[in-house]
Ligand binder design. Sequence first.
Ligand code: SF4
Length: 367
Amino acid sequence: MATAKYIEDFRDGPRARALADALLGEMEGTSGTCRFMEVCGTHTMAAFRFGIRSLLPANLKLLSGPGCPVCVTPTSYIDTALECARGEKVIVATFGDMLRVPGTESSLVLERARGADVRVMYSPMDALELAGREPESRVVFLGVGFETTAPAVAAAVVEARRRGLGNFFVHCAHKLIPPAMRAIVESGEVSLDGFLCPAHVSAIIGADAYRFLAQEHSLSCVVAGFETLDMLAGILMLVRQRKRGEASVENAYSRVVRPEGNRAALSLLEEVFEPGDAEWRGLGKIPGSGLHLSEKYRAFDAAEEFELEAAPSQEPQGCLCGEILRGVAEPPDCPLFDKTCTPENPIGACMVSSEGTCAAFYRYAER
Ligand code: SF4
Protein backbone atom coordinates (compact mmCIF):
# COMPACT_ATOMS: atom_id res chain seq x y z
CA MET A 1 0.00 0.00 0.00
CA ALA A 2 2.79 2.37 0.94
CA THR A 3 4.48 1.79 -2.42
CA ALA A 4 1.25 2.38 -4.36
CA LYS A 5 0.69 5.62 -2.46
CA TYR A 6 4.25 6.68 -3.18
CA ILE A 7 3.79 6.07 -6.91
CA GLU A 8 0.42 7.86 -6.98
CA ASP A 9 2.12 10.96 -5.57
CA PHE A 10 4.15 11.17 -8.78
CA ARG A 11 1.05 10.84 -10.98
CA ASP A 12 -0.96 13.57 -9.32
CA GLY A 13 -3.26 15.14 -11.96
CA PRO A 14 -3.47 18.75 -10.75
CA ARG A 15 0.31 18.93 -10.23
CA ALA A 16 0.88 17.47 -13.68
CA ARG A 17 -1.45 20.09 -15.16
CA ALA A 18 0.43 22.85 -13.31
CA LEU A 19 3.75 21.61 -14.73
CA ALA A 20 2.26 21.37 -18.22
CA ASP A 21 0.93 24.95 -17.89
CA ALA A 22 4.37 26.11 -16.78
CA LEU A 23 5.84 24.41 -19.85
CA LEU A 24 3.34 26.14 -22.14
CA GLY A 25 4.17 29.45 -20.49
CA GLU A 26 7.92 28.98 -20.93
CA MET A 27 7.54 28.01 -24.58
CA GLU A 28 5.19 30.85 -25.49
CA GLY A 29 6.91 33.28 -27.81
CA THR A 30 9.96 30.98 -28.08
CA SER A 31 11.33 30.95 -31.58
CA GLY A 32 11.91 27.66 -33.39
CA THR A 33 11.19 24.15 -32.24
CA CYS A 34 12.80 22.76 -29.13
CA ARG A 35 14.09 19.22 -29.66
CA PHE A 36 14.99 16.93 -26.80
CA MET A 37 15.93 13.27 -27.05
CA GLU A 38 14.59 10.92 -24.43
CA VAL A 39 17.39 8.38 -24.51
CA CYS A 40 15.59 5.62 -22.68
CA GLY A 41 12.93 3.30 -24.09
CA THR A 42 11.06 3.39 -20.79
CA HIS A 43 10.78 7.19 -21.11
CA THR A 44 9.42 6.70 -24.63
CA MET A 45 6.80 4.28 -23.36
CA ALA A 46 5.94 6.47 -20.34
CA ALA A 47 5.59 9.60 -22.50
CA PHE A 48 2.88 7.84 -24.49
CA ARG A 49 1.28 5.83 -21.71
CA PHE A 50 0.77 8.78 -19.36
CA GLY A 51 -0.32 11.13 -22.15
CA ILE A 52 2.71 13.38 -21.63
CA ARG A 53 3.16 13.94 -25.37
CA SER A 54 -0.34 15.32 -25.62
CA LEU A 55 0.46 17.91 -22.92
CA LEU A 56 3.52 19.28 -24.70
CA PRO A 57 3.42 22.56 -26.63
CA ALA A 58 3.48 22.23 -30.42
CA ASN A 59 6.97 23.74 -30.64
CA LEU A 60 8.50 21.16 -28.30
CA LYS A 61 9.44 17.82 -29.78
CA LEU A 62 10.52 14.65 -27.99
CA LEU A 63 12.68 12.32 -30.07
CA SER A 64 13.24 8.68 -29.17
CA GLY A 65 16.81 7.54 -28.77
CA PRO A 66 18.90 4.38 -28.61
CA GLY A 67 17.94 3.36 -25.07
CA CYS A 68 16.02 0.18 -25.70
CA PRO A 69 18.44 -2.67 -24.95
CA VAL A 70 16.70 -5.24 -27.11
CA CYS A 71 16.31 -2.82 -30.03
CA VAL A 72 20.00 -1.86 -30.21
CA THR A 73 21.18 -5.48 -30.07
CA PRO A 74 22.22 -6.13 -33.67
CA THR A 75 20.99 -8.93 -35.89
CA SER A 76 24.51 -10.42 -35.93
CA TYR A 77 24.23 -11.03 -32.17
CA ILE A 78 20.83 -12.68 -32.55
CA ASP A 79 22.36 -14.92 -35.23
CA THR A 80 25.14 -16.05 -32.88
CA ALA A 81 22.62 -16.64 -30.09
CA LEU A 82 20.69 -18.84 -32.52
CA GLU A 83 23.91 -20.72 -33.26
CA CYS A 84 24.25 -21.44 -29.52
CA ALA A 85 20.63 -22.56 -29.31
CA ARG A 86 21.21 -25.13 -32.08
CA GLY A 87 24.06 -26.77 -30.12
CA GLU A 88 23.75 -30.19 -28.45
CA LYS A 89 22.89 -30.07 -24.75
CA VAL A 90 22.79 -26.31 -24.71
CA ILE A 91 20.20 -24.25 -22.86
CA VAL A 92 19.84 -20.65 -23.93
CA ALA A 93 18.57 -18.61 -21.00
CA THR A 94 17.24 -15.14 -21.70
CA PHE A 95 14.88 -12.34 -20.81
CA GLY A 96 11.55 -12.82 -22.59
CA ASP A 97 11.85 -9.80 -24.90
CA MET A 98 14.68 -11.46 -26.82
CA LEU A 99 12.62 -14.43 -27.97
CA ARG A 100 10.85 -12.84 -30.92
CA VAL A 101 13.63 -10.53 -32.15
CA PRO A 102 14.28 -11.62 -35.72
CA GLY A 103 17.73 -12.85 -36.70
CA THR A 104 18.69 -13.11 -40.36
CA GLU A 105 16.71 -16.30 -40.93
CA SER A 106 15.16 -17.31 -37.65
CA SER A 107 14.44 -16.27 -34.08
CA LEU A 108 14.79 -17.90 -30.68
CA VAL A 109 11.09 -18.61 -30.53
CA LEU A 110 11.24 -20.39 -33.90
CA GLU A 111 14.29 -22.39 -32.82
CA ARG A 112 12.44 -23.38 -29.65
CA ALA A 113 9.54 -24.62 -31.76
CA ARG A 114 12.08 -26.69 -33.70
CA GLY A 115 13.32 -28.32 -30.50
CA ALA A 116 15.99 -25.99 -29.11
CA ASP A 117 16.07 -25.55 -25.34
CA VAL A 118 15.39 -21.83 -24.87
CA ARG A 119 14.15 -20.72 -21.46
CA VAL A 120 12.90 -17.37 -20.20
CA MET A 121 14.62 -16.12 -17.05
CA TYR A 122 13.81 -13.31 -14.67
CA SER A 123 17.42 -12.78 -13.63
CA PRO A 124 20.95 -13.94 -14.47
CA MET A 125 21.05 -15.63 -11.05
CA ASP A 126 18.15 -17.85 -12.17
CA ALA A 127 20.30 -18.92 -15.13
CA LEU A 128 23.17 -19.64 -12.76
CA GLU A 129 20.92 -21.81 -10.58
CA LEU A 130 19.73 -23.62 -13.71
CA ALA A 131 23.35 -24.39 -14.61
CA GLY A 132 23.82 -25.80 -11.10
CA ARG A 133 20.74 -28.01 -11.46
CA GLU A 134 21.59 -29.25 -14.96
CA PRO A 135 25.32 -30.02 -14.94
CA GLU A 136 25.07 -32.10 -18.15
CA SER A 137 24.05 -29.03 -20.15
CA ARG A 138 25.85 -25.83 -20.98
CA VAL A 139 23.73 -22.84 -20.01
CA VAL A 140 24.22 -19.68 -22.06
CA PHE A 141 22.74 -16.52 -20.61
CA LEU A 142 22.16 -13.76 -23.16
CA GLY A 143 23.76 -10.71 -21.57
CA VAL A 144 22.09 -7.77 -23.25
CA GLY A 145 21.31 -4.39 -21.79
CA PHE A 146 22.99 -1.29 -20.46
CA GLU A 147 24.65 -0.27 -17.22
CA THR A 148 21.38 -1.16 -15.48
CA THR A 149 21.39 -4.89 -16.13
CA ALA A 150 25.14 -5.46 -16.41
CA PRO A 151 25.82 -5.41 -12.61
CA ALA A 152 23.42 -8.33 -12.04
CA VAL A 153 25.18 -10.29 -14.79
CA ALA A 154 28.55 -9.41 -13.26
CA ALA A 155 27.33 -10.68 -9.88
CA ALA A 156 26.22 -13.97 -11.47
CA VAL A 157 29.62 -14.41 -13.13
CA VAL A 158 31.44 -13.77 -9.86
CA GLU A 159 29.18 -16.31 -8.16
CA ALA A 160 29.73 -18.86 -10.94
CA ARG A 161 33.48 -18.54 -10.42
CA ARG A 162 33.08 -18.86 -6.65
CA ARG A 163 31.03 -22.04 -7.10
CA GLY A 164 33.39 -23.40 -9.75
CA LEU A 165 30.56 -23.80 -12.26
CA GLY A 166 32.05 -24.86 -15.56
CA ASN A 167 28.79 -24.97 -17.52
CA PHE A 168 27.59 -21.38 -17.12
CA PHE A 169 28.37 -18.88 -19.87
CA VAL A 170 27.38 -15.36 -20.79
CA HIS A 171 26.97 -14.31 -24.40
CA CYS A 172 27.89 -10.76 -23.71
CA ALA A 173 26.49 -7.75 -25.59
CA HIS A 174 26.31 -5.25 -22.75
CA LYS A 175 26.49 -1.64 -23.83
CA LEU A 176 27.24 1.74 -22.32
CA ILE A 177 24.88 4.64 -22.87
CA PRO A 178 27.17 7.73 -22.78
CA PRO A 179 29.29 6.65 -25.82
CA ALA A 180 26.06 6.14 -27.80
CA MET A 181 24.89 9.65 -26.85
CA ARG A 182 28.25 10.98 -27.99
CA ALA A 183 27.98 9.08 -31.28
CA ILE A 184 24.53 10.51 -31.97
CA VAL A 185 25.67 14.06 -31.29
CA GLU A 186 28.91 13.75 -33.24
CA SER A 187 27.18 12.19 -36.25
CA GLY A 188 25.48 15.57 -36.81
CA GLU A 189 22.49 13.69 -38.27
CA VAL A 190 20.00 15.07 -35.80
CA SER A 191 19.75 18.53 -34.30
CA LEU A 192 19.14 18.51 -30.54
CA ASP A 193 18.79 21.02 -27.72
CA GLY A 194 19.36 18.47 -25.00
CA PHE A 195 18.79 15.05 -23.52
CA LEU A 196 16.28 13.72 -21.04
CA CYS A 197 18.77 11.32 -19.46
CA PRO A 198 17.72 7.80 -18.47
CA ALA A 199 16.64 7.08 -14.92
CA HIS A 200 17.85 3.53 -14.25
CA VAL A 201 21.15 3.86 -16.12
CA SER A 202 21.83 7.11 -14.25
CA ALA A 203 21.20 5.39 -10.92
CA ILE A 204 24.28 3.30 -11.71
CA ILE A 205 26.58 5.73 -13.55
CA GLY A 206 25.48 8.96 -11.81
CA ALA A 207 24.42 12.32 -13.22
CA ASP A 208 28.04 13.48 -13.57
CA ALA A 209 28.54 10.97 -16.40
CA TYR A 210 26.78 13.38 -18.80
CA ARG A 211 28.99 16.41 -18.09
CA PHE A 212 30.89 15.95 -21.36
CA LEU A 213 27.68 16.66 -23.31
CA ALA A 214 27.21 20.01 -21.62
CA GLN A 215 30.88 20.95 -21.67
CA GLU A 216 31.96 19.73 -25.12
CA HIS A 217 28.69 20.00 -27.03
CA SER A 218 26.72 22.69 -25.17
CA LEU A 219 23.79 20.33 -24.72
CA SER A 220 21.47 20.47 -21.73
CA CYS A 221 21.04 17.24 -19.80
CA VAL A 222 18.42 16.49 -17.17
CA VAL A 223 18.14 13.16 -15.42
CA ALA A 224 14.47 12.30 -14.92
CA GLY A 225 12.47 9.44 -13.46
CA PHE A 226 9.73 7.58 -15.30
CA GLU A 227 6.62 8.89 -13.54
CA THR A 228 4.47 11.70 -14.98
CA LEU A 229 5.67 14.44 -12.64
CA ASP A 230 9.30 13.30 -12.98
CA MET A 231 9.19 13.57 -16.74
CA LEU A 232 7.30 16.85 -16.87
CA ALA A 233 9.65 18.41 -14.29
CA GLY A 234 12.66 17.16 -16.28
CA ILE A 235 11.34 18.59 -19.54
CA LEU A 236 10.57 21.91 -17.84
CA MET A 237 14.16 22.08 -16.53
CA LEU A 238 15.46 21.43 -20.06
CA VAL A 239 13.25 24.19 -21.49
CA ARG A 240 14.36 26.66 -18.82
CA GLN A 241 18.02 25.90 -19.52
CA ARG A 242 17.43 26.55 -23.21
CA LYS A 243 15.68 29.83 -22.46
CA ARG A 244 18.58 30.96 -20.28
CA GLY A 245 21.03 29.92 -23.00
CA GLU A 246 22.69 27.48 -20.60
CA ALA A 247 23.90 23.92 -21.00
CA SER A 248 24.42 22.02 -17.79
CA VAL A 249 23.58 18.72 -16.11
CA GLU A 250 20.64 18.80 -13.69
CA ASN A 251 19.09 16.02 -11.71
CA ALA A 252 15.29 15.82 -11.42
CA TYR A 253 15.55 12.34 -9.92
CA SER A 254 17.73 13.01 -6.91
CA ARG A 255 15.66 10.66 -4.73
CA VAL A 256 17.39 7.82 -6.63
CA VAL A 257 20.31 9.21 -8.67
CA ARG A 258 23.47 10.54 -7.07
CA PRO A 259 26.07 12.64 -8.90
CA GLU A 260 28.64 9.86 -8.59
CA GLY A 261 26.26 6.92 -9.17
CA ASN A 262 26.25 3.62 -7.36
CA ARG A 263 29.84 2.89 -6.36
CA ALA A 264 29.21 -0.74 -5.41
CA ALA A 265 27.63 -1.52 -8.80
CA LEU A 266 30.35 0.37 -10.67
CA SER A 267 33.13 -1.51 -8.90
CA LEU A 268 31.40 -4.81 -9.70
CA LEU A 269 31.35 -3.81 -13.37
CA GLU A 270 35.02 -2.91 -13.17
CA GLU A 271 35.85 -6.24 -11.56
CA VAL A 272 34.16 -8.40 -14.21
CA PHE A 273 34.18 -6.40 -17.45
CA GLU A 274 36.52 -4.30 -19.50
CA PRO A 275 35.36 -1.70 -21.99
CA GLY A 276 35.66 -2.45 -25.69
CA ASP A 277 34.06 -1.65 -29.02
CA ALA A 278 30.46 -2.73 -29.55
CA GLU A 279 28.15 -3.05 -32.51
CA TRP A 280 24.80 -1.23 -32.18
CA ARG A 281 21.81 -1.68 -34.42
CA GLY A 282 21.54 1.51 -36.43
CA LEU A 283 24.62 3.14 -34.98
CA GLY A 284 27.27 0.66 -36.13
CA LYS A 285 30.46 0.03 -34.18
CA ILE A 286 31.00 2.57 -31.40
CA PRO A 287 34.46 2.63 -29.80
CA GLY A 288 34.51 1.92 -26.06
CA SER A 289 30.74 1.41 -25.88
CA GLY A 290 30.69 -2.27 -24.94
CA LEU A 291 31.48 -4.35 -21.87
CA HIS A 292 33.52 -7.50 -22.48
CA LEU A 293 34.36 -10.13 -19.89
CA SER A 294 37.83 -9.43 -18.53
CA GLU A 295 40.68 -11.93 -18.66
CA LYS A 296 39.93 -13.21 -15.14
CA TYR A 297 36.36 -14.18 -16.17
CA ARG A 298 37.01 -15.17 -19.80
CA ALA A 299 36.19 -18.84 -19.01
CA PHE A 300 32.53 -17.77 -18.74
CA ASP A 301 32.48 -16.13 -22.17
CA ALA A 302 30.12 -17.98 -24.55
CA ALA A 303 31.86 -16.39 -27.55
CA GLU A 304 35.08 -18.22 -26.57
CA GLU A 305 33.43 -21.48 -25.52
CA PHE A 306 31.36 -21.76 -28.72
CA GLU A 307 33.90 -19.99 -30.95
CA LEU A 308 31.16 -17.61 -32.02
CA GLU A 309 31.94 -15.24 -34.81
CA ALA A 310 29.48 -12.79 -36.25
CA ALA A 311 28.70 -13.95 -39.79
CA PRO A 312 27.34 -11.39 -42.27
CA SER A 313 23.80 -10.76 -41.14
CA GLN A 314 20.90 -9.12 -42.88
CA GLU A 315 18.44 -6.56 -41.54
CA PRO A 316 14.76 -7.08 -42.40
CA GLN A 317 14.06 -5.47 -45.75
CA GLY A 318 12.42 -2.07 -45.51
CA CYS A 319 12.72 -1.86 -41.70
CA LEU A 320 13.75 1.59 -40.38
CA CYS A 321 14.73 0.49 -36.84
CA GLY A 322 18.26 1.85 -37.37
CA GLU A 323 17.01 5.31 -38.34
CA ILE A 324 14.51 5.32 -35.47
CA LEU A 325 17.22 4.47 -32.95
CA ARG A 326 19.29 7.42 -34.23
CA GLY A 327 16.32 9.77 -33.88
CA VAL A 328 16.21 10.57 -37.61
CA ALA A 329 12.94 8.75 -38.36
CA GLU A 330 9.72 7.97 -36.51
CA PRO A 331 7.75 4.72 -36.76
CA PRO A 332 5.07 6.11 -39.10
CA ASP A 333 7.89 6.89 -41.57
CA CYS A 334 8.45 3.15 -41.95
CA PRO A 335 6.48 1.68 -44.86
CA LEU A 336 5.95 -1.53 -42.86
CA PHE A 337 4.57 0.13 -39.71
CA ASP A 338 1.04 -1.05 -38.86
CA LYS A 339 0.90 -2.92 -42.18
CA THR A 340 3.09 -5.99 -42.24
CA CYS A 341 4.81 -5.02 -38.95
CA THR A 342 2.67 -5.18 -35.80
CA PRO A 343 3.33 -6.37 -32.22
CA GLU A 344 1.71 -9.71 -33.15
CA ASN A 345 3.96 -10.05 -36.18
CA PRO A 346 7.06 -7.91 -35.58
CA ILE A 347 9.42 -7.45 -38.50
CA GLY A 348 11.98 -5.41 -36.58
CA ALA A 349 13.30 -5.22 -33.01
CA CYS A 350 11.62 -1.87 -32.24
CA MET A 351 8.20 -3.53 -32.56
CA VAL A 352 9.17 -6.52 -30.40
CA SER A 353 10.41 -4.97 -27.22
CA SER A 354 8.13 -3.54 -24.56
CA GLU A 355 10.48 -0.52 -24.62
CA GLY A 356 10.58 -0.27 -28.42
CA THR A 357 9.57 2.99 -30.08
CA CYS A 358 7.50 1.26 -32.75
CA ALA A 359 5.64 -0.74 -30.11
CA ALA A 360 4.98 2.50 -28.17
CA PHE A 361 3.66 4.31 -31.27
CA TYR A 362 1.57 1.29 -32.21
CA ARG A 363 -0.05 1.01 -28.80
CA TYR A 364 -0.55 4.65 -27.92
CA ALA A 365 -0.13 7.11 -30.80
CA GLU A 366 -3.18 8.46 -32.57
CA ARG A 367 -3.26 7.37 -36.20
S1 SF4 B 1 7.64 -0.60 -37.99
FE1 SF4 B 1 8.63 -2.60 -37.84
S2 SF4 B 1 9.86 -2.76 -39.64
FE2 SF4 B 1 9.35 -0.60 -39.40
S3 SF4 B 1 11.02 0.27 -38.21
FE3 SF4 B 1 9.49 -0.37 -36.74
S4 SF4 B 1 10.08 -2.44 -36.18
FE4 SF4 B 1 11.23 -1.94 -38.04
